[in-house]
Ligand binder design. Structure first.
Ligand SMILES: C=C(O[C@@H]1C=C(C(=O)O)C=C[C@H]1O)C(=O)O
Length: 100
């Protein structure tokens, strides 16, 4: 590797570290919102999962991914991974609310 290439690699890795930090912060904010949604839905007797809402989100994210030259299947899988975790949280919130 030339000196220029080594410098470019270091610079790219520095940007990747910043992007990863932003992703963690964004996810933390998203989970703050979804926790509150979980409490609102539990107190209204709504189910933890909302498949109709998820279908809308998937369609929207796949379109955004295509526009951004990101693999739509990857975008959908990434969203599904996050939503599955959110639904677990909502199930736990509903169980706790039912016990109180
Ligand atoms: C956050 C909600 O709960 C669930 C999680 C979702 C999400 O993480 O985006 C979307 C729909 C629901 O299955 C919601 O109903 O809005």
């Amino acid at each position: 590797m030339t000196e220029d290439e080594a410098a470019e690699l270091q610079s790219l890795r520095s940007s990747i570290d910043n992007i990863d930090a932003a992703l963690v912060h964004l996810l933390a904010e998203r989970f703050k919102c979804t926790q509150r949604v979980g409490h609102l839905k539990a107190s209204a007797g709504m189910p933890p999962a909302d498949p109709a809402r998820e279908r809308e989100q998937i369609a929207r994210l796949r379109a955004l991914a295509e526009e951004s030259h990101l693999d739509p299947a990857f975008a959908e899988a990434f969203l599904a991974f996050i939503v599955a975790e959110v639904i677990h949280h909502h199930e736990r919130i509903a169980e706790d609310a039912a016990r109180d």
